[in-house]
Write a protein that binds this ligand. Structure first.
Ligand code: SF4
Length: 398
């Protein structure tokens, strides 16, 4: 067994990060911590980009204003994409002056951008002096999907993932998560819209629980991006307790990185499986779907030559999912430097897909997109060199 898969990796998963429940009291912490700008020798300003409706209402209450101001601000910030309080003409002049003095709308800054020949756009965003993240827009007929990050790096050490190689740096704030959508929409302009969001970029979303939930709340808020729950998908490697909590506070669509039909292999590929094995994970998926109105969970399965792509494993996967309302998204592996894995052949992938489909499970295979910009990925982001192409798993998520 590879040292990279040592049990210590599982034990060191920072579950304490999501120890707090998503409760109204979070508003306080949002105001006091995550959305308050660093003191850079200037007056400390509150970054309103990171406030969801509840936090925004609380902010206006705290300054003696009516909470309905929250809806106005959300519309200006997220629907009209403005970062200029002076332009908010349905606010009084004194209110605009107050907000200019005490608040700001500060998204992550674009460090680099790449345009692929097939329309895929990749932004590298600077979130602080040393950290960068990736956000990718993937246009398709009738829709545009944005793949966003939830953490800088990741602690979970999945053996097929290059993000795992850089370790965990920090959680993204609400402003940094929703800011990826804000920036993308600003750059796309009025001609192209983001119609779907997937949390499949860097990081494990459920290990940044509160911030991710607040950001997805904003995505689905009628006064913000107004995306339906079918159009916001959270992808997790299987943090079971957090998944149960998610079912209590959110109804985003769910994708799960399974990648193996048995615990022995999944322990190697997705080490958090040692803590939350497959049965516990699939039971949690069923509970989540139960609270969501019986929708399907998307099962992600990256195909690794000679590792998890045999006909017997396809049959085992079909059997495993027999009682789980699910669909399978097969992902041809994209090798990265020093990776120990290779991609399965097209024939193997087709045969694997056929077997799972015969088990009665809708199965799709990820299409390759943005190939001509992927090669330069490492040059763009330095250590943030995610060549696992999680961004493109979304092809089968509807
Ligand atoms: S696949 Fe996802 S959960 Fe696993 S290490 Fe990579 S970013 Fe983290």
């Amino acid at each position: 067994m590879d040292s990279a898969l040592a049990p210590a990796n599982v034990d060191s998963v920072p579950l304490a990060l999501n120890g707090a429940t998503h409760a109204p009291s979070q508003t306080d912490s949002v105001l006091k911590n995550e959305s308050v700008s660093e003191n850079r020798g200037e007056a400390v300003k509150t970054n309103l980009l990171g406030l969801n409706r509840k936090a925004m209402e609380e902010y206006f209450r705290s300054i003696g204003e009516k909470p309905f101001r929250a809806s106005q601000l959300l519309q200006w910030i997220h629907q009209r994409g403005t970062d200029d309080f002076a332009a908010m003409t349905n606010l009084s002049k004194s209110m605009r002056g107050y907000l200019t003095e005490h608040c700001e709308i500060r998204p992550p800054e674009i460090a680099h951008v790449q345009y692929a020949s097939d329309g895929v756009i990749k932004w590298v965003l600077q979130v602080d002096a040393t950290n960068r993240i990736e956000t990718v827009f993937i246009p398709e007929e009738g829709r545009g999907t944005l793949c966003i990050s939830s953490q800088v790096g990741c602690a979970l050490n999945c053996s097929f993932c290059s993000t795992a190689q850089q370790g965990f740096n920090r959680n993204l704030s609400v402003a940094e998560i929703i800011g990826q959508l804000w920036v993308a929409q600003r750059e796309l302009g009025r001609e192209r819209r983001v119609t779907n969001v997937v949390l499949m970029g860097m990081g494990e979303p459920l290990l940044n629980f509160n911030n991710v939930v607040d950001a997805t709340d904003l995505m689905m808020d009628d006064f913000s991006y107004c995306l339906s729950k079918r159009r916001v998908t959270l992808s997790t490697s299987g943090v079971v307790p957090a998944l149960d909590r998610l079912g209590e506070v959110s109804d985003v669509s769910l994708a799960v990185s399974l990648h193996a039909p048995d615990d022995g292999l999944r322990n190697e590929l997705v080490p958090i499986n040692r803590k939350y094995p497959i049965k516990e994970l699939l039971d949690a998926c069923k509970r989540y779907i139960g609270t969501e109105g019986r929708r399907k969970v998307t099962i992600e399965y990256v195909l690794l030559e000679g590792i998890n792509d045999s006909p017997a494993q396809a049959r085992a996967l079909g059997k495993l999912l027999a009682n789980v309302p699910s669909k399978v998204n097969l992902i041809p592996f994209n090798p990265f430097p020093n990776s120990r894995y290779r991609c399965s052949s097209p024939e193997t992938i087709a045969h694997f897909s056929e077997i799972v489909q015969k088990a009665g499970i809708i199965t799709t295979t990820r299409k390759t997109r943005g190939v001509d910009i992927d090669a330069a990925c490492g040059q763009l982001v330095g250590k943030v060199n995610d060549r696992s192409k999680r961004h493109f798993r979304l092809q089968a998520i509807e």
